[in-house]
Write a protein that binds this ligand. Sequence first.
Ligand code: PLP
Length: 286
Amino acid sequence: MRTVYLNGEYVPENEAQVSIFDRGFLMADGVYEVTSVLGGKLIDFAGHAKRLERSLGELDIQKPAAFDDLLDIHRELVTRNDITDGMIYLQITRGAPDDRDFVYPDPETTKPTVVLFTQNKPGLADSPAAKVGIKVISIEDQRWARRDIKTVQLLYPSMAKMAAKAAGKDDAWMVEDGMVTEGSSNNAYIVKGNTIITRHLGNEILHGITRAAVLRFAREAQMTVEERSFTIAEAQEADEAFITSASTFVMPVVEIDDKQIGDGKPGSIAPRLREIYLDESRKVAI
Ligand code: PLP
């Protein structure tokens, strides 16, 4: 059984209890982060902690812990649950007032709820999917307009994933005004020659921590990076496509809406970026 963290305490997972009035439960009034663990160390922790702070700030939720405390909690959970490879899920909600109300509770009396738990994924970086690539469908992006905040409102991404599953595919790329925003839980990219193309930052997408690192490594490897939107039709004609996220790293995409990308196998650039990302991130993991 896992040991999880809840509001200052480490408890067995079946003893962790949150109020039915918690605003995360009633209103999806909360934010989250997922940090991967490789070789017992945290990948890109500083980036995730920074984005968490920004998400909390955008929603006026009090920051419940300092960076160092959060790092300690992450590490303690890795140790207590004996995680070599896996993920740490962290969620902070606006807390549990004593009744349901649209108005935010007084932060003096209602403290944020802080939950962290581990997900054990042995061999996370050796995913078989990375060798063959994944297949995606496109779907209208019907999420709210502040996708730059990593909130726990994940119903639409979950519906998108189910639509992909129903079509016998792996994931969905969301499209707004004819342009790809991102994947259901990842950032989306296409490759043309030596150029990596991915949507520019804005409120329309989550500012992926893996995205930032991968674009940096791509530039360092003398690839050209274009941050602009693209259509599904352009993606289908690209040389390669891929996604990035904390839990999938860099994952080739070999089919979009039943159309094979290139020869239907991962090309050379996405696997190379995956290798660079994994190597470099492991070096600086904490
Ligand atoms: N976009 C969305 C909608 C996501 O949910 C995620 C990750 O969960 C990402 C992008 C990738 O972000 P990161 O690389 O920080 O995991």
